[in-house]
Write a protein that binds this ligand. Structure first.
Ligand code: ATP
Ligand code: MG
Length: 251
């Protein structure tokens, strides 16, 4: 097993030589990535470089054409594995919050827990309320999503994912749809979860945030991880010319 970003050899997630194609168009080439418990891996790269597709593959929302994805030692890319079992442990939050509009904030947060995780209604409710409270949304429990700001809705989406106690959290551009003044309140939750030791892989255009929170940054270029390293190195002294060009454009 290869070394993980923080030097440990026991990976929570191990991706080897993953290839993903749509018809004959390959969008992820030979992706290998090792994620140890408590790692925060930031995926950066131009639009279309494959960040979302990679996250979707990890959560078994996409079929892969080659390679292996192992989660906690189990080969989850094996077609015989039930994706629902995997998604109990790997949570995902998207750019569009995807809250159920006809359910209150509290019901949004309890639904998955009761359905997928087999916890009692009471337990699900108490867990949801505790998290909503912790992230400043305690007074929104009875509200419907459309009565919330974008930042608040995205915080609820994060709480909903956290309610199921995932062991790995995949976050795809969770601030991309937000007005700049709302970005901070969402990143605050990610920051808190990172500090609490949550293992995360996040695709982000927020370079300053990636630099602050990441244990390791992957630069994706045309479906390949062109370069991976600690944030100080990748942002401060990138090895690859294309990484330099990308950073010069976005910073
Ligand atoms: N369902 C699909 N069918 C065909 N091609 C797809 C599909 N989904 C994504 N692609 C292609 O895969 C490539 C990678 O897309 P992806 O959405 O992963 O990029 P990204 O890095 O997340 O970009 P962005 O920063 O804009 O979110 C793109 O060329 C895209 O057009
Ligand atoms: Mg994307």
């Amino acid at each position: 097993m290869s070394q993980t970003a923080n030097g440990s050899t026991s990976a929570l997630l191990e991706v080897q030589n993953l290839r993903k194609a749509y018809a004959d168009r390959v969008v992820l080439h030979d992706i290998s990535l090792s994620v140890a418990p408590h790692d925060v891996i930031c995926l950066i790269g131009a639009s279309g470089s494959g960040k979302s597709t990679l996250l979707r593959c990890l959560n078994l929302l996409e079929e892969i054409q080659d390679g292996v994805i192992a989660f906690d030692g189990t080969e989850i890319s094996d077609p015989r594995v039930d994706p629902r079992t995997v998604r109990r442990e790997i949570g995902m939050v998207f750019q569009a919050y995807n809250l159920f509009p006809h359910l209150t904030v509290l019901d949004n947060c309890t639904l998955a827990q009761s359905l997928v995780h087999n916890v009692s209604k009471r337990e699900a409710r108490s867990r949801a309320l505790e998290l909503l409270e912790r992230f400043g949304l305690g007074d929104k429990a009875a509200a419907y999503p459309d009565a919330l700001s974008g930042g608040q809705q995205q915080r609820v989406a994060l709480v909903r994912a956290l309610c199921t106690r995932p062991r790995l959290l995949l976050l795809d551009e969770i601030t991309a749809a937000l007005d700049p003044e709302l970005v901070g309140e969402v990143l605050e939750i990610v920051r808190a979860e990172a500090a609490a030791g949550m293992t995360m892989i996040l695709a982000t255009h927020e370079m300053a945030f990636a630099r602050e929170v990441a244990t390791s940054v992957c630069f994706l270029d045309k479906g390949r991880i062109l370069e991976q390293g600690p944030p100080e190195q990748l942002f401060g002294d990138p090895r690859e010319e294309r990484t330099r060009e990308f950073l010069a454009r976005v910073l």
